[in-house]
Design a binder for this molecule. Structure first.
Ligand code: PLP
Length: 407
């Protein structure tokens, strides 16, 4: 039995069956370095999925590890009920990056928790109980976060909330009109949306979308929550993706790449909105010392290496290369995205989602040494989210392998 087979057997015995893995023959990953992962048999893979947009500064980044190990040696954990410095330093560092008036952070451990907290704050601040979300969006696994998740695949709640209302996704012509019909009730506390839908298949809204969404929320006294869990921290070529459209949300949620692999998340809001949450609130792992030190080192690494510009430049290059493949392979319906958050949609000749072919491509690319992702409601969007430190030549090798695989 290979190590991979042994783990798949153990999975049947010990894990909840919902835990799923990519690939028919999944490798057992044992080591990471920079843009590369290594399996138990010593094979090397270019990581073009980053543990879903997490390891933007590269695997085992020495500067980030150094900060985390230093903190581990001093003091690992206290929780937010004690005063420790890293959480305050991180809150200050984030406030220097977020657009005003966003400057107050509540730290927690996952994107789901951050969204759950943001939705609760919106209800506290407005006195309203209902919310609106977009089809094909994804916001997490907790009660509220799952109920505002529009992707069917990730909606498991047997008793869905009746206070969460879906509208069509951002490229659908009825998205904003449907939203306005709901906002007119003046019962909606918040609209929650991803600037670019990640799990929905890298869906970039038309340019008017976010400014118009902001305007509608203002008109009806509804708060705007931007879920930047995937898109923040230079993934799209800006610190925050909404900066592409000069829109400032009322609450922003962040997680994933903030800790470059150390669990940390937050919702970030203004003084005025934060003032509504005065009852005690604590998170056991919120503001964890090691995660905060790692996050501070991550932000410093991004700043010093100008990863925003790198993401933008490499993203343009990769988009161009992927579009060349689109011209050669009729199965490629569309290439889209911003910065190094890119998707390639595969469709069959009859227009249906080519999900089986997507799986086959994913498997063949893995066997060729490239880990790419797949997303979208039809599971037919090849997804490219490489570390922002990746070299252009490595991306070119990946595109050449994809060209051969699609052929
Ligand atoms: C946009 C978005 N929001 C929220 C989440 C949930 O984050 P977590 O898995 O850290 O709870 C995800 C996870 O993929 C996500 O992509």
């Amino acid at each position: 039995m290979t190590r991979s087979e042994a783990l798949l057997a153990a999975k049947k015995d010990f894990l909840v069956p919902c835990v799923y893995h990519f690939y028919q023959r999944p490798p057992v990953l044992v080591r990471g370095e920079g843009a590369y992962l290594f399996d138990s048999e010593g094979r090397r893979y270019l990581d073009c999925f980053c543990g879903v947009t997490v390891v933007s500064a590269g695997h085992s980044n020495p500067e980030i590890l150094e900060a985390a190990i230093d903190q581990l040696r001093r003091l690992q954990h206290t929780t937010t009920i004690y005063l420790t410095e890293p959480m305050f330093d991180l809150a200050r560092a984030i406030a220097e990056l977020t657009p005003p008036p966003l400057r107050r952070s509540f730290f927690c451990a996952s994107g789901s928790e951050a969204n759950e907290g943001a939705l609760m704050l919106s209800a506290l601040a407005t006195g309203r109980q209902e919310c609106v979300y977009l089809r094909e969006g994804l916001h997490g696994r907790t009660k509220w976060a799952m109920n505002v998740t529009g992707l069917d695949m990730w909606r498991t709640d047997p008793q869905p909330l009746t206070t969460a209302h879906a509208v069509p996704g951002p490229r659908h012509p009825d998205s904003l009109p449907a939203l306005e019909r709901l906002l007119r009730s003046e019962k909606i506390a918040a609209v929650i949306a991803e600037p670019i839908q990640g799990n929905g298949g890298i869906v970039v809204p038309p340019d008017h979308y976010w400014p118009e969404l902001r305007r509608l929320c203002d008109q009806y006294g509804t708060l705007l929550i931007a879920d930047e869990v995937q898109t923040a921290w230079n993934r799209t070529g800006r610190w925050f993706a909404l900066q592409h459209w000069q829109v400032v949300p009322d609450i922003m949620t962040v997680a994933k790449a903030l800790g470059n692999g150390f669990p940390i998340a937050a919702y970030i809001t203004s003084d005025a909105l934060a003032a509504h949450y005065t009852r005690p609130g604590a998170a056991t792992f919120g503001g964890n010392l090691v995660s905060c030190r790692a996050a501070l080192a991550t932000l410093e690494f991004h700043r010093r290496h100008d990863l925003g510009r790198r993401s933008e430049t490499l993203g343009k290059h990769l988009t161009e290369r992927l579009r060349q493949l689109q011209q050669r392979h009729p199965i490629v319906a569309e290439v889209r995205g911003l910065g190094l958050m890119l998707g390639m949609e595969l469709r069959n000749a009859d227009g249906s989602p080519a999900n089986e072919r997507t799986d086959a491509v994913l498997e063949a690319m893995k066997d060729a040494g490239f880990l790419i992702g797949k997303t979208g409601p039809g599971r037919n969007v090849l997804t490219f989210l490489p570390p922002l430190i990746v070299e252009a030549a490595a991306l070119d090798e990946m595109v050449d392998a994809l060209d051969r695989t699609l052929g």
